[in-house]
Design a protein around this ligand. Structure first.
Ligand SMILES: Cc1ncc(COP(=O)(O)O)c(C=O)c1O
Length: 383
């Protein structure tokens, strides 16, 4: 029988069942709601204490239900990395959306204009005068208005204008455009987020924030004081809270955590402030050779840009994961004689949460062993 469109997948019938976690059809992305909610509450408290707004990045979860949970916990909205993500969020009723990558080309700019008409608070970044002109024209043709931020490159070489004078020139272009409003600056230092040692991270990041302050002051002197200063991530959030250069934080991974972040000294000389809330539940599919078993999670189940998944539960201590192709992974035991039966389930911590979530259709929300709900990854995909 063909699956219904927009259904919640093969585990839908387990919602509300007390022992559902053990019965999940795998490989299944699993979110521990107690840990997830604790992460949301912690970050909301920290941002409130430092007087900064929270606009978490939806690129990590691509899920409007999670965006709504973040807003319910105090966020002013969410960031989106693409027009695709922004469309999904707006369609689900999420407000306060900021698109943090340049939107280029007539087709996507047309979608941006349609979205701006549907979502009056929408914001987008730009780093190029031609792009500003093209977006202004499309927004005008749609009879809409759009708030725009200048994306400033803190030294990453990904996107953003280089230097205060270019930022000022682009802010002026935006200010002069009839259908746009200059809303502020964005600067995201992606390359510092995973520097494992806190002091080393701070040393690298400090000059980025100093440069951003200079740009802010140059704009203010020219009468274009940026209302919003947005950026930062999970790895930099403590430094961002201390420096207060940013008025709002774009943290993403804090909601889930992953193998990459679990080795980062996020706070100086203190335990991690966030718990690992996201795992992938897999099952043993073959166990014919002594010393290891094969499970149903491979390259199509876990991101491969970083470390390998880490075993969280279901295997003897010291068992390690290796990729074994598109559909499979190997769990190698630490000691001779260790064994797992066919169908035995394991949970693995995602190597890098963002690209892992994008491989899955559903997030299975658990409390203990019960399945509390299933959230579609409704913004997944890249187009
Ligand atoms: C522009 C931007 N802002 C914020 C984030 C969130 O960073 P993190 O997941 O480290 O919290 C990202 C992540 O890649 C990003 O690209």
């Amino acid at each position: 029988m063909a699956a219904r469109r927009n259904d919640l997948g093969p585990n839908e019938g387990l919602i509300g069942k007390a022992d559902a976690r053990r019965r999940l059809t795998t490989p299944a992305l699993v979110l521990d709601l107690d840990r997830f909610e604790a992460n949301l509450a912690t970050m909301a408290r920290l941002a409130k204490e430092s007087g900064q707004a929270l606009r978490p990045h939806a690129k990590s979860h691509k899920c409007s239900a999670i965006a709504k949970a973040q807003i319910a916990a105090g966020a002013v909205g969410v960031c989106c990395a693409s027009i695709r993500e922004a469309e999904a969020m707006v369609a689900a009723g999420v407000t306060g959306v900021l698109i943090t990558s340049p939107v280029i080309g007539q087709a996507k700019i047309g979608r941006l204009a349609a979205l701006a008409s549907a979502a009056p608070g929408l914001m987008v970044v730009a780093d190029n005068p031609r792009n500003v002109t093209e977006i202004d024209a499309a927004i005008g043709a749609a009879g809409a208005h759009l708030k725009m931020l200048v994306d400033v490159d803190p030294g990453m070489g990904r996107t953003g204008v280089i230097g205060s004078q270019s930022a000022l020139a682009l802010a002026r272009d935006i200010g002069r455009a009839g259908n746009l409003g200059f809303a502020g600056l964005q600067a995201y230092s992606g390359m510092v987020q995973h520097i494992e040692n806190y002091a080393a991270r701070r040393e690298t990041y400090g000059p980025h924030l100093d440069g951003l302050k200079q740009t802010r002051d140059a704009l203010a002197e020219a009468g274009l004081a940026p209302g919003i200063m947005t950026g930062g991530g999970t790895g930099s959030h403590h430094i961002d809270r201390e420096m207060r250069t940013l008025t709002e934080l774009q943290v993403g991974s804090y909601a889930f955590m992953d193998v990459q972040y679990n080795v980062v000294e996020i706070l100086p000389d203190a335990p991690l402030p966030f718990e690992t809330a996201l795992t992938v539940r897999c099952s043993v599919v073959s166990n014919n050779i002594e010393g290891f078993v094969t499970i149903d999670g491979g390259l199509k189940c876990f991101a491969t840009d970083g470390p390998v998944p880490a075993v969280a539960s279901g295997a003897p201590p010291g068992a390690v994961y290796t990729f074994m192709g598109d559909e499979h992974g190997r769990i190698t035991f630490a000691k001779p004689g260790e064994h797992l039966e066919i169908g035995a389930a394991l949970e693995l911590i995602t190597p890098h949460c963002d690209p892992t979530v994008n491989l899955h259709d559903f997030i299975h929300c658990v409390r203990g062993d019960a399945l509390a709900g299933i959230w579609p990854v409704d913004a997944r995909g890249v187009l």
